[in-house]
Design a protein around this ligand. Sequence first.
Ligand code: FE2
Ligand code: FE2
Length: 189
Amino acid sequence: MSDDLTGEWPLARRSALPAAFTWLREAFPRSRWDEASVPGSATHWLQMHAGFRQASRHMEKVAEAYRSGSIDLRDFHGRLLPTLSGFLQHLDGHHRIETTHYFPQFRAIEPRIAPGIDLLDRDHYAVHAQLERLAECGNALHRTVRAGNINAVDDAARMADALDTAASPLLRHLDDEEDIVIPLMALRG
Ligand SMILES: [Fe+2]
Ligand SMILES: [Fe+2]
């Protein structure tokens, strides 16, 4: 599998769903995603994504509060780390299930969707690199705060920067994945 920058439409350079895949969204637009005909698995998928967006927003807010000086280093650590830990664990598990279970089924159900699934698989590699960086920064921050080490200030700055870097590509992936898979699940069951 290629990494983020070698395939078409790399996540880091994408600002919208590529035009090649908008036919799915047009076939079943977001305005219809709360219809009763949408399968429970699709609704669950959307709920999972909503949870990741919420966790991402929470962590960004905590980082902003730390940078602005309205919370101190210990508060930053205390408010961020539990959310970060759950976020990393759940998102990693979510991607594994998508890549190993759902995506192969989608390829079989609708062969025309294969380039879209390739795109999403490449996205997972790109997002995973961000998750690894977040985990490294979180572990470093935890170690230095617990030790009362002066370097904790630098680790907190790196943590906040890593959150900034990770948020945008993740949110892009969630949106684009929904626009590709939710119409398929709704239209093909
Ligand atoms: Fe995904
Ligand atoms: Fe997903």
